[in-house]
Ligand binder design. Structure first.
Ligand SMILES: Cc1cc2nc3c(=O)[nH]c(=O)nc-3n(C[C@H](O)[C@H](O)[C@H](O)COP(=O)(O)OP(=O)(O)OC[C@H]3O[C@@H](n4cnc5c(N)ncnc54)[C@H](O)[C@@H]3O)c2cc1C
Length: 416
């Protein structure tokens, strides 16, 4: 079923009887050429590009719950390509270009909205750092604008420019950044993969790997053994637990990150705004709710819920920036499970086990990477070579000392 304006009108006039489910609900086959573990955005995108771009047809995605039940359906939906380091910037810019064409590509409304991002500047040193970042962005064609305090006052006059501790001195803007509807991204990739024959198998938890003579032969699952020539693991916050079943210890810690939504307000915030003197980022959803988040909870956990001290910390950040939000009521909050790598950058790589591949380490920022991560993982699984924008995301970089430390804080996963 292809979506189009014509189809919407036809269904409206004929009682909406022609809509079909977006994907099938197949029983697992005994074996596949490629099995992806994890039905989040990254796993489904990898399956989609494997089928569409690399012509692989015998593929399954195994998801222990329902697709999008992990971080893909829990994030604050920010997409951007405003990175600094050469290992990262071209990859995230590749992702942004895929976002820009995603809805046409998947024929699904993922509500990609390039409403811009502004990173606020609060000191002269920060302006220097952001100027440098902006130059790196321009080198990779991502586009960047350095805004003065006066320009910002015209654009977002409601900010607390004269906060005594954190005065706002300017901002770095990427106009092509914005938000996308996270569930819409999951469903779009799932539908596109399913249409091309990929089996999406929900309620199927991977409980073990069958490995013989250094080669993966398949997976033990809650729905029986499933054979596989190649296995790609893309389970985000569960990466350490799943890869431990293959005998691997990853340079990753799992932490909780919370997100929040306020009651619906009149349109106020034009794009995404980030506080530069603390950790707080906010946008406004199409329904009017302020969608915001801040720091991780700060302890290792596999729970998809957080604690109150961080709620207070995040809201304080918001109040420092926009005191008027103190009058809005908080409607909802939830937590997700982050795969924090030691340098804050991801891993898309083969493992030492033949046929076993890993996609992990997305920290706070994997939603924006979904298209490029899926594409690069598909490239690796199909060709056994890394995609040109993902050559730096090797696991052995931690041994070799070639870390991609975008934040410059060292091997401290809780600080990235
Ligand atoms: C609160 C919050 C806010 C965020 N905000 C942003 C943001 O604004 N911008 C941004 O770029 N990023 C953001 N992120 C990060 C982003 O959401 C993640 O990095 C990204 O979604 C991870 O990739 P994924 O979608 O594939 O993960 P997930 O959706 O978590 O997918 C992994 C899947 O693997 C499944 N799984 C786990 N174990 C098994 C098993 N044994 N067998 C089978 N399946 C298994 C899980 O059920 C899950 O569905 C945020 C994250 C959180 C939690």
């Amino acid at each position: 079923m292809k979506f189009s304006g014509f189809k919407v009108v036809k269904e409206a006039l004929t009682g909406h009887k022609g809509w079909t489910p977006l994907w099938r609900n197949p029983e697992p086959k005994p074996a596949y050429d490629i099995v992806i573990v994890g039905g989040g955005g990254h796993g489904l995108a990898a399956a989609y590009y494997l089928a569409k771009t690399f012509g692989k047809l015998n593929i399954a995605v195994l998801e222990k719950g329902w697709i999008g039940s992990g971080n893909a359906g829990r994030n604050t939906t920010i997409i951007r390509s405003n990175y600094l380091l050469p290992g990262n910037q071209p990859f995230y810019e590749f992702s942004m270009k895929l976002w820009e064409n995603l809805e046409q590509d998947t024929n699904f409304n993922s509500m990609v909205s390039q409403r811009s991002i502004i990173n606020l500047i609060h000191s002269d040193g920060q302006r220097d750092a952001f100027r440098r970042r902006g130059n790196a962005m321009m080198i990779s064609d991502a586009g960047a604008r350095l805004l003065s305090r006066e320009q910002l006052k015209d654009m977002v006059p409601f900010l607390n420019f004269d906060n005594a501790r954190f005065p706002i001195k300017g901002g770095l803007m990427q106009t092509r950044a914005g938000t996308a509807r996270h569930d819409g991204v999951v469903w779009g990739y799932a539908r596109g993969a399913d249409m091309r024959g990929v089996d999406i198998i929900q309620n199927c938890e991977v409980t073990g790997f069958k490995i013989e003579d250094g080669r993966v032969l398949g997976l033990e699952t809650s729905r029986g053994f499933i054979g596989a020539k190649k296995v790609g693991v893309s389970v985000a916050g569960s990466s350490s637990r799943v890869m431990a079943k293959a005998g691997m210890r990853l340079p990753i810690e799992s932490h909780v990150l919370q997100a929040f939504v306020s009651e619906g307000l009149k349109p106020t915030i034009p794009g995404v705004i980030t506080f530069g003197a603390g950790h707080f980022y906010v946008s406004q959803s199409d329904k009017g709710g302020l969608v915001f988040g801040g720091d991780i909870d700060g302890y290792n956990s596999y729970a998809q819920r957080g604690n109150l001290p961080v709620v207070e910390d995040v809201v304080e950040g918001g109040m420092a920036l926009m005191p008027m939000i103190g009058r809005a009521r908080l409607l909802r909050g939830w937590g997700g499970l982050l795969d924090m790598s030691m340098d804050g950058s991801p891993i898309i790589d083969k493992t030492h086990i033949d046929g076993l591949y890993l996609n992990a380490g997305w920290c706070y920022g994997g939603f924006k990477a979904t298209p490029a991560s899926g594409y690069a993982f598909a490239h690796l699984l199909a060709t056994d070579t890394p995609h040109e924008t993902a050559t730096a995301f090797r696991m052995d970089r931690f041994n070799r000392g070639y870390v991609i430390d975008e934040k410059g804080v060292g091997a401290q996963p809780n600080l990235h």
